[in-house]
Design a protein around this ligand. Structure first.
Ligand code: C2E
Ligand code: MG
Ligand code: MG
Ligand code: MG
Length: 274
């Protein structure tokens, strides 16, 4: 039969490990060329303040449009780039691209910030850190208009990271702890960190209503941030009620599909007289 013949030729079809590994290998290879082929681009998701949802800035989110496989999510290609070291080039490209594209918006709105995600590996590279002030200066962006987001997990090696974070603060950049609540930093560690913003992970916001424990965690984070003089942003707001509930808990900064999905800089500028 046809099936038997194709089994002979290709062996028994076994999706899974082998195919996955092959695809991963191919993607990883393609990623090396993605920048020069112009396949990478940045989307911007606004974050807003208060019950009038005033824009205070936006987060840059990297995108890869693969010519064959279509959109590859950052959760797939960022870990690859972290593993093979490509993250240094990609990360620098993102920062430059954000300065280039979003620079004019930031110049029109000096009280807005652009947030850029950094991988821990980028922080280990002192050359990268030292180049940052010149980069923003070249695009006439004030250092305090650039907010560098690192995940709470990165801070699991505080001894190595702390000097780097302090350096970034000396340069005038803002720092935020992303996906907060999913790592294991204790509140006593938190007070040692020169961090401006805590971003409460979406997973706690998602089912705050159904799960009392999540609501309790969210309250605790908001409270801690207040005591430590940190700004707190709730991520992943999809419904008006979530924002209402958070406002009642004294959380004033929001980000999520309810306010806006990530947009290209052109879409962003049109939709918000930015
Ligand atoms: P993140 O920094 O926590 O970014 C927020 C993620 O949540 C984004 O996913 C965003 O599109 C998504 N999101 C925003 N609002 C909502 C909502 O209301 N509902 C839901 N379900 N999702 C929402 P995205 O763009 O897929 O990025 C995933 C992660 O990839 C980011 O999480 C960040 O950790 C990483 N990432 C993205 N761009 C970069 C980058 O340039 N460099 C590095 N190192 N990491 C990046
Ligand atoms: Mg982020
Ligand atoms: Mg996050
Ligand atoms: Mg996240």
């Amino acid at each position: 039969s046809h099936a038997e013949r194709s089994n002979q030729r290709y062996g028994v079809y076994r999706p899974g490990i082998e195919q996955e590994a092959r695809k991963k290998y191919e993607l990883e290879n393609d990623l090396y060329f993605a920048v020069e082929r112009g396949e990478l681009f940045v989307m911007y998701q606004p974050f807003v303040y208060g019950n009038k949802s005033e824009i205070k800035g936006m987060e840059a989110l990297l995108r890869w449009r693969h010519p064959v496989h279509g959109m590859i999510p950052p959760s797939t290609f960022i870990p690859m780039a972290e593993e093979n070291g490509l993250i240094h080039q990609l990360g620098w490209w993102v920062l430059k691209e954000v300065c280039r594209e979003a620079g004019p918006v930031l110049k029109r709105h000096r009280n807005w910030t652009a947030a850029v995600n950094l991988s821990s590996r980028q922080l280990e590279h002192s050359g990268f850190i030292k180049k940052l002030p010149d980069l923003v200066h070249a695009y006439e962006i004030a250092p305090h208009q650039l907010e560098l987001e690192i995940t709470e997990r990165t801070m699991m090696q505080p001894d190595r990271m702390l000097p780097v974070l302090k350096r970034l603060k000396e340069y005038g950049f803002r720092l935020s702890l992303d996906d907060f609540g999913t790592g294991y930093s204790s509140l006593s560690q938190l007070k040692e960190l020169p961090v401006d913003t805590l971003k409460i992970d979406r997973s706690f916001i998602e089912d705050m209503n159904e799960k009392q424990k999540n609501a309790a965690i969210v309250k605790t984070i908001i409270h801690a941030a207040g005591n430590l003089n940190m700004k707190v942003v709730a991520e992943g707001i999809e419904k008006a009620e979530q924002a209402q509930e958070l406002l009642a808990m004294d959380c004033f900064y929001f980000q999520g599909y309810y306010f806006s999905v990530p947009k290209t800089i052109q879409e962003f500028s049109w939709s918000r007289e930015a």
